[in-house]
Design a protein around this ligand. Structure first.
Ligand code: BEZ
Ligand code: FE
Length: 300
């Protein structure tokens, strides 16, 4: 009988002795996950060779991360976001067929059951910021318009805050709403140009970024969840390519295909038609949804 089968621990057999202990796990998937996690974790510890003090610092960091969590603050998700793990899990679970729009992270500021608005509505309820007209089509991968698709949009204001971060300062449902496409698959609405903003950085994840010489900012973006019967739901953003943080998003959410063209428009008759006072921004972006089952699933 080998040492690890007796359950006796050595530096060399650490993985086998721990994973062997899980042989009666009730769930095969859990057993497989813990085998991989144990192997990779022990490998990291063997490579790093932490001092006892360093290991305690790691434990205390994770402790503070848990203590920071509340009903409205999920510090572990921020940790996963800033380590690129959220984007990796998203990529694995949203392999799209060719031509379909790419996904990105949901983020913590989505609000369920927002009001469905008339096409063209202005989602900016406090008249603050630079006017913007956003339009495009929702298509399937064959280029056909999707009728009855629901586009749920939310964005930060021109100071980089979501309405839910400024209760009592911004009106409820400011800069968010849902729009339903007609038979041409078109959507259009009015809003304001978003600005970059920091992810919540007053906790351990913010301290970690500071120690690593990283900033906490996300480049300016609009969030979307797009749903249509018979199609895979798309959770994504569009980004302003001229944003100073476009190449260093704190949560790695930027993909090249999600860069939109934010154009400055000087056209008084169009401005008047939209109810804008003068110059405005314009963004046109088509979203392409995969049909149910059209995308490649994780190999399991
Ligand atoms: C957001 O874009 O809303 C977001 C995403 C990840 C972490 C924090 C904020
Ligand atoms: Fe955001």
């Amino acid at each position: 009988m080998e040492a690890h089968e007796k359950g006796f621990f050595t530096e060399e057999n650490s993985v086998e002795v721990v994973t062997g202990r899980n042989k009666n796990a009730r769930d095969e998937r859990l057993k497989q996950i813990m085998e991989v996690v144990t192997r990779k974790l022990h490998e990291a510890v063997k490579e790093i060779e932490p001092t006892q003090q360093e290991w305690m610092e790691a434990i205390l960091f994770l402790t503070r991360t848990g203590q920071m969590c509340s009903d409205w603050r999920q510090e572990f998700i921020l940790l996963s976001d800033t380590l690129g793990v959220s984007m990796l899990v998203d990529a694995i679970n949203n392999r799209k067929p060719s031509g379909a729009s790419e996904s990105t992270v949901l983020g913590p500021f989505h609000v369920k059951d927002v009001p469905e608005l008339e096409m063209g509505a202005n989602i900016c309820l406090d008249q603050k910021g630079e006017d913007m007209f956003i339009s495009g089509r929702i298509l399937d991968t064959a280029g056909r318009p999707i009728e009855g698709a629901v586009l749920d949009v939310w964005q930060a204001n021109d100071e980089g805050f979501y309405d839910v971060q400024q209760l009592g300062i911004q009106p409820q449902f400011n800069l968010r709403g849902a729009f339903r496409t007609g038979s041409d698959g078109r959507y259009w609405f009015r809003a304001v140009k978003p600005k970059y903003y920091p992810i919540p950085n007053d906790g351990p994840v913010g301290q970690m970024l500071e120690h690593l010489g990283r900033h906490p900012n996300r480049p300016a973006h609009l969030h979307y969840i797009i749903k249509a019967d018979g199609h895979e739901t798309l959770i994504t953003h569009i980004f302003d390519p001229d944003d100073p943080y476009i190449s260093s998003d704190a949560v790695f959410g930027v993909k090249e295909s999600l860069l939109a063209d934010f154009r400055r428009v000087r056209d008084s008759s169009r401005a008047k038609a939209y109810g804008f006072a003068g110059e405005f921004w314009e963004v046109e972006y088509d979203f392409v949804l995969a049909r149910n089952g059209e995308g490649e699933k994780p190999a399991r």
